[in-house]
Design a protein around this ligand. Structure first.
Ligand code: URA
Length: 269
């Protein structure tokens, strides 16, 4: 006797669909993902899951092997920190140190408390002096961080500079020459550009990241920097992001950054 058609339909629904492509990856452990984002040890994040504190945006309780889009996951009702591979743009105020372990205040004090505990670390892309404000990037994408800070192909970085003395008029030529030697260094600086904004204010674009570079450039020109703010990094501008605030770069912005790094590298060849 042929099997009942409704039973056949039920069996077909329960059997996995025939597969032609690669096998799907097993779901990633949510406890592991949370732990890597700095939410606690693996044991602690397992406990958070067991306590039903991890849900979807709609309140459905998630288990360790459940899959959900990063943006849809909530821990205690709060959205998660940016996923791995993100780039963050911070408007660093004066006084904050680019370190995880120096004397506070640290730039990490302005970011989610999990950031210094992430694995990999959400590291600063280069540094700004404690006395410098402005655009600071952080990322846990190590290769991208390396590309953006490699001394061989630095992206242009633009600084607004306030000076103790009026500009003398010859700074632009001095910086553009590519021969300026800073004290204690053995190679001259790459050419940099200077745009005069006011008698005691200028915008300077450099392509390196030497220690206290802009301050030392003006010291070499017989002046003194009283305030320094980084206003752009490659294609990214600080814009009107308030001081002390941060935002995650969009995927378009990260792509622009990668393209600019590639272009800077190619230009060095
Ligand atoms: N040049 C400086 O002197 N300081 C900075 O923080 C960045 C560039």
């Amino acid at each position: 006797m042929p099997p009942d058609e409704s039973i056949m339909r039920l069996v077909a629904r329960l059997l996995p669909a025939p597969h032609s492509g690669p096998l799907p990856l097993p779901p990633v452990s949510l406890a592991r993902t949370l732990s890597k984002l700095g939410y606690g040890t693996r044991k602690e994040t397992e406990r958070a899951l067991a306590a039903r504190r991890v849900t979807t945006v709609h309140g459905v309780v998630l288990g360790d092997r459940d899959t959900a889009a990063h943006g849809d996951i909530r821990l205690d009702g709060e959205p998660l920190d940016p996923p791995q591979g993100s780039v963050v743009l911070l408007h660093k105020p004066v006084g904050y140190v680019c370190s995880t372990s120096d004397r506070p205040p640290l730039v990490y004090d302005l970011l989610p408390s999990r950031f210094p505990h992430r694995d990999p670390l959400m590291a600063t892309v280069g540094r700004l002096d404690a006395d410098t404000s402005g655009l600071l990037l952080l990322t846990d994408d190590g290769p991208l961080n390396h590309q953006l800070t490699s001394p061989r192909w630095h992206l242009p970085k633009c600084y607004d500079v306030s000076l103790a003395e009026p500009l003398g008029g010859d700074e632009a030529a001095l910086f553009a020459a590519g021969t300026l030697m800073l004290q204690g260094e053995s190679t001259p600086l790459l050419p940099a550009t200077l745009e005069v904004i006011a008698p005691q204010r200028a915008r300077v674009t450099i392509h390196e990241g030497r220690y206290h570079q802009v301050r030392r450039m003006f010291a070499a020109a017989g002046n003194h920097v009283t305030a320094l703010q980084r206003v752009s990094f490659g294609p990214l501008a600080l814009g009107d992001l308030p001081e002390g605030h941060w935002r995650v770069l969009t995927s378009d912005e990260v792509m622009q950054l990668r393209d600019a790094a590639r272009a800077a590298k190619a230009a060095q060849r």
